[in-house]
Every structure is written in structure tokens, then in C-alpha cells.
Write a protein that binds this ligand. Sequence first.
Ligand SMILES: C[S@@+](CC[C@H](N)C(=O)[O-])C[C@H]1O[C@@H](n2cnc3c(N)ncnc32)[C@H](O)[C@@H]1O
Length: 190
Amino acid sequence: MAQKDKIKWDNKYKELPKLLEKRDPCEKLVKYINKVSKGKALDVACGSGRNTIYMAGNGFKVDALDISSVALENLSKLENPNINTLLVDLDEYTFQENFYNLITKTNFLDRDIIEKIKKALKKDGIIIIETYMEDENNEKKDSNPDYLLKKDELKSFFTDGFEILDYDEFFNETNELYRMKKQSIVVKKL
Ligand SMILES: C[S@@+](CC[C@H](N)C(=O)[O-])C[C@H]1O[C@@H](n2cnc3c(N)ncnc32)[C@H](O)[C@@H]1O
């Protein structure tokens, strides 16, 4: 387990419990959830579980993955039978292939995982990715550039075997800690 990441995130959630309060799901998830067959869903680095809870409420059986036990314990309190929380280090986790109908990965960037979740998705399934990107007007100036997407970058992961249903670059909603530019993509596996 990436012990450093686990300690960092557990401490962050303990110090800022409002990060685990009920929050709206990603808007693209709300827009596209009815375009995919109900079945199994995966929320990568689920955090508060805002997307997990929304998918479970819409009839999906959701695997909610995160390295923070503080975040997962908070989500487990809901005792929702459609939510399966899994404490994992995504750097080492092996995903089941051709398994999920719907996958979300929001506000978390690890480029290697994109290739893995492409394989974890079933044919006709949908992946939704949304996270921060470079922009001179970003409020948080000390972001690690490795965790910021370049302009148009998400499209470059889906040149083959996927249809791009939606691509967007925009400034985030005001309920986040900093005003930051984000990039999102919604793709369907062919
Ligand atoms: C900014 S939060 C995003 C939460 C959620 N996806 C959302 O959009 O609200 C990033 C999450 O990534 C998790 N994380 C960081 N490194 C991880 C790793 N190596 N394996 C699993 N989860 C990790 C953190 O614990 C944290 O909950």
C-alpha cells in the first residue's frame, strides 16, 4: 500500500470532514447514467462517494475503491446493499476485465490507470473521467503538474476502440476548495 498517500488522505479527511459531507455527483454522470445498461459500476478513488451513491441509487451494484479507510468507513455507514467498499492501493490493484457497465474516475489523475479501466469496461459500457487541468487562471498555484492534464489530453487515451460521446473543458463548480479548470470525457466502448 502507498502508505504515504494513505496517511495524507486519511489526515485530510479527518482535518476537513466537510470533504466527506453529502456532495453532488459529477454533472456528466447525471447526464449520461441513463445511456448505459444497468449492471456493475466502478468508482475509482471514490472519496466521499458522491458518484458511488448516485450510481447505487440508480440501480447499479457499485465497487467503490479508495486508499483512505476514513473515507470508506464514512461511506460504509450508509449500509447501502448496492455499495461494496474496497480499501485498495490503485497503483497495485488488478481490475477484473470486461466486467463493468459504467466506470467513473473524477478528481483523481493517474494516467496508467486509464489503460487498466479501459480493459475493465464491458462492450457498450461507458467511462466518465473528469479532473483538473493546466490553466494560468487556476486558483491553486502549487498543484503538482503531474496531476494536471494538458489541453485535450483525455482525448488522446481514446483514439481506438471507443466512441467519444462528450468532451469538455470548463471552470469547476463553486463547491470545491479552489476555482480550477477541469477537463472531462465520456466514452463508450465499441
Ligand atoms: C480528490 S479525491 C476525489 C474523490 C472523488 N472521486 C470525487 O470526485 O469526489 C481523491 C481520492 O483519491 C484517493 N487516492 C489517492 N491515492 C490513491 C491510491 N494510490 N489508491 C487509491 N485511492 C487513492 C484519495 O484517498 C482520495 O479519496
